[in-house]
Design a protein around this ligand. Structure first.
Ligand code: 13P
Length: 211
């Protein structure tokens, strides 16, 4: 995909996430890997109103090259994209239900979202690590995020929100949406008698087919 097409898709998918309430205000940020650098949403920008020409462009060394000042979460995106060379994009949101799970999950452990539906398993996988709390934009989070991203394609930032990678921007957005819906179901069904999750054999089968 050309850089111009990647910029246009970032604007389109950012607006789509915002319009459907996955992001509010200026919450969230998105990065896309290019052949010779990265695109990153500018700091304090609204995902619903990105301007393709003003999206931040960073070089292969992550230095700011052009466009508006990049998100303060550059370290977060760098940690994930360096840990996962197959990932083409990273989406960070403050979507309500995934963030609620990020307030419940043990810091440094795995969030307990049960495998209730196939698409959660297919898009997110078996593990959802929760990185301990860091102030937004704190570069000190990078090693912990890197370690979590080596283990899983999505992670939670404690008391902050989800971070999801994907082979393409569309994949990362779809997985972030799936994570939010899985988190919503997990909270809706918490403690409900008779709740049935997929069993280990069903999860293995999904990961063999689609993982
Ligand atoms: P930026 O506006 O710097 O991207 O930060 C928003 C955010 O979501 C912080 O986590």
């Amino acid at each position: 995909m050309s850089e111009a097409a990647a910029r246009a898709q970032l604007v389109e998918l950012g607006r789509s996430l915002f319009d459907r309430g996955y992001s509010v205000g200026t919450a969230g940020n998105i990065s896309v890997r290019l052949a010779d650098g990265y695109l990153m949403t500018p700091t304090n920008s609204c995902l619903g109103r990105l301007d393709a020409a003003r999206i931040s462009r960073l070089g292969p060394d992550w230095a700011h090259q052009s466009g508006d000042k990049p998100s303060k979460e550059v370290f977060l995106h760098r940690a994930v994209l360096q840990a996962r060379p197959e990932a083409g994009a990273v989406v960070h949101l403050h979507s309500t239900h995934a963030t609620a799970i990020a307030c419940l999950a043990p810091e440094g452990g795995d969030a307990e979202i049960p495998p209730l539906t196939p698409y959660f398993v297919m898009r997110i996988g078996r593990r959802l690590p929760c990185v301990p709390y860091y102030r937004p934009g704190d570069a000190a989070m990078e090693p912990a995020v890197h370690a979590a991203a080596l283990a899983a394609k999505a992670l939670l930032l404690a008391n902050h929100g989800p971070v999801v990678s994907g082979a393409t921007l569309a994949d990362a957005v779809h997985a972030a949406e799936e994570l939010e819906e899985a988190a919503r179901l997990a909270l809706l069904l918490r403690g409900v008698p008779g709740l049935r999750a997929l069993n280990a054999a069903q999860v293995d089968d999904l990961l063999r087919q689609f993982g």
